[in-house]
Ligand binder design. Structure first.
Ligand code: ZN
Length: 285
């Protein structure tokens, strides 16, 4: 099943542009917004499976899509979780849980946006598989972790490298949390929709030039391993977001380094989910 946030209303999609408004069709039992539904995700998905596709009469305007989890209480982001990316970043491959940081929730947006490049910054791209939690997780073993995932989405961990790397220790949380730096979408795809949710092609391009390409099977810590590792320390809550890490090909790791320029368009995609699009501008525009 695919669930979209359309103008802050939850919509079960039957195609890219047609679906059911959850609150209307459920007679007010669920919705209207997606944030409220994560608290009762199992109940909601059981109900949604009884819907008949042919009755979907809502036309979905893609420009109105918001983040599939618009109000996460916690946003986790994982660094160095693909070995080629750890190498290009100059780090050894982690053997315990990789670096965990946050993107502050105000940077989270829907899938297709215009992002302002901070003055004096070096803005970089990081396409990432995003997992949204659908059931509270505390000390969850990897073998049961998918039961706690509401679904998967495409994310960009947009990163401003000057402020990220300035000072005595990296400022990951700030450098990656400028307004608009956490686009997610275009919708949430439930794990049962994938032949293998642990092996999806992932990539992104700038103005049509492919800059990152990999497979999520190359994650050093898979989605289940991350949930096991994180939930050993932190209680994961319904609606929480995990950015799972980026494959090789970021601008910081290139020679010469390359960063996003005003006017460029970044398209990020994951097999079986879809794509999201960011255009970039300077503050003065
Ligand atoms: Zn990242």
């Amino acid at each position: 099943m695919r669930i979209a946030n359309v103008g802050n209303r939850a919509v079960v999609l039957v195609s890219d542009d047609r679906g059911f408004d959850v609150q209307e069709v459920s007679g007010g039992r669920f919705g209207p917004n997606l944030a409220s539904m994560y608290e009762r995700w199992e109940e909601f998905t059981a109900w949604a499976k009884t819907l008949s596709d042919t009755a979907a009469d809502l036309v979905v305007d893609r420009s109105r899509l918001g983040s599939p989890s618009p109000a996460p209480r916690q946003v986790f982001a994982i660094g160095l979780n693909y070995s080629d990316h750890a190498k290009e970043s100059g780090f050894a491959q982690p053997d315990t849980l990789p670096p965990v940081f946050t993107k502050f929730p105000t940077c989270i947006t829907g899938p297709d946006t215009q992002v302002v490049l901070p003055a004096g910054g070096n803005v970089d791209w990081e396409v990432e598989l995003v997992a949204v939690i659908g059931k509270e997780a505390k000390n969850v073993p990897a073998a049961r972790a998918w039961e706690h995932v509401a679904g998967l989405s495409v994310g960009q961990d947009i990163s401003e490298r000057v402020s990220q790397l300035r000072g005595p220790a990296p400022q990951f949380g700030l450098g990656k949390s400028f307004p608009g730096f956490g686009p997610i979408g275009p919708w949430l795809v439930t794990p049962d929709e994938f032949g293998n949710p642990d092996d999806l092609e992932i990539g992104c391009s700038i103005d049509g030039e492919e800059v990152q390409k990999g497979r999520t099977s190359e994650l050093i810590f898979s989605v289940p391993a991350l949930i096991e590792g994180l939930s050993h320390t932190v209680t994961l809550l319904p609606g929480d977001i995990i950015f799972t890490g980026t494959p090789a090909g970021v601008g910081l790791g290139r020679s010469p380094q390359r960063f996003i320029q005003p006017g460029e368009t970044l398209v990020s995609r994951i097999e079986g989910i879809g794509e999201i699009t960011q255009t970039f501008t300077t503050a003065s525009n």
